[in-house]
Design a protein around this ligand. Structure first.
Ligand code: UFG
Length: 322
């Protein structure tokens, strides 16, 4: 059985929807940001905290867990700067508790959600896994700390793990059942679509004086279902004992500027956006684009869905919850 910690959150719930087709799944989530209704009905759901040894013990003693996939983290860059304690506590300390209980129950397979924020401001155009990691905020630091802990645990305790560094996850399940639902919402695509649905007055573009062709930041957007499928490929490789440790980027390998994303949202929806140019947001690198060549070669995974498919799936979902 696979334990998915944080399986009620945005990326976790999309993973669970795919994973239940091939594996038995138990979800542990404290519902601090996740939604109970987002968890696929085929999965067992346990409400609890990954930082609580007793909550973890009750799951590991009850279910025959053979791998853990860990999605439960705080992930807002700005908040991590103003409240680093929350990020080191929830993202690092609680993960250590989870790893401790895993080892106690002799569970040695672990998939970890990491982030492009581990790279900080890259000095290359296309980021590879061996590019320099130098986070510029506590969120990125917290994820890199766990990556380093995992490497030490692999050496000392024979932990097998895959680290997946996500670029910009976006889009909604093609089932139409779940989508991106953060409160407050800070991500670009849902903000644009909420505006186009009349739920926000305007869109603020955070800076148009970056060193990019149109002056706005470039990101690598990846469909959440592509992300989910990459996790399953990584999990199956661990379970088949094909590799002991690995770190992979997950992106499309193609960058889009904020203006290009707004244009694509307008063409997908057939609606016109009211856009203003605002101040730069602290901590935004000008360009973050992944090379996902390593996971393609190792596991045969690549992103299948492009920006239009990302936006149209999100648009369907946002319309459905109006
Ligand atoms: N943006 C705007 N206006 C908005 C919202 C966003 O212009 O209203 C811009 C941002 O400045 C950025 C781009 O749109 O240039 C994308 O912003 P998001 O907030 O959607 O995503 P981020 O790239 O900031 O964040 C993502 C993940 C984080 C991760 C980070 C790594 O969501 O978890 O990448 O840098 F840490």
């Amino acid at each position: 059985m696979i334990l998915v910690v944080g399986g009620a959150g945005y990326i976790g719930s999309h993973l669970v929807e795919e994973l239940v087709r091939t594996h038995e799944v138990v979800v542990l989530d404290n519902l601090s940001t996740g939604h109970r209704g987002a968890v696929d009905a085929q999965a067992v759901f346990v409400e609890g905290d990954l930082g609580s040894e007793s909550d973890l013990e009750s799951v590991f003693s009850k279910y025959p867990i053979n791998a853990v996939m860990h999605f439960a983290a705080n992930s807002l860059v700005g908040e991590s700067v103003t409240d680093p304690l929350k990020y080191y506590e929830n993202n690092v300390a609680a993960t250590l508790t989870l790893l401790k209980i895993m080892l106690k129950y002799n569970v040695k397979n672990f998939i970890f959600s990491s982030t492009a924020a581990t790279y900080g401001i890259p000095d290359v155009n296309i980021i590879r896994e061996d590019s320099r990691t130098q986070p510029i905020n506590p969120y990125g630091q917290s994820k890199l700390m766990v990556e380093n802990i995992l490497a030490d645990f692999a050496t000392a305790y024979d932990l097998h793990y895959v680290v997946l560094r996500y670029f910009n996850a976006a889009g909604a399940s093609e089932s139409g059942r779940i989508g991106e639902q953060h409160d407050p919402e800070t991500h670009l695509i849902p903000i644009i679509l909420q505006h186009l649905l009349g739920q926000r007055e305007q869109i603020s573009v955070f800076g148009d004086d970056y060193d990019t062709p149109d002056g706005t930041c470039i990101r690598d957007y990846i469909h959440v279902t592509d992300l989910a499928q990459a996790h399953i490929a990584a999990l199956d490789s661990l379970l088949a004992e094909k590799s002991k440790t690995a770190t992979y980027n997950l992106g499309n390998g193609q960058g889009y500027s904020v203006k290009e994303v707004i244009d694509t949202c307008e063409s997908v929806t057939g609606r016109k956006a009211n856009v203003i140019i605002a101040e730069r947001r602290a901590g935004d690198p000008a360009r973050l684009v992944a090379s996902s060549e390593k996971i393609r070669q190792a596991l045969g995974w690549k992103a299948e869905r492009d920006l239009e498919q990302i936006i149209s799936s999100a648009w369907n979902w946002h319309q459905s919850i109006q």
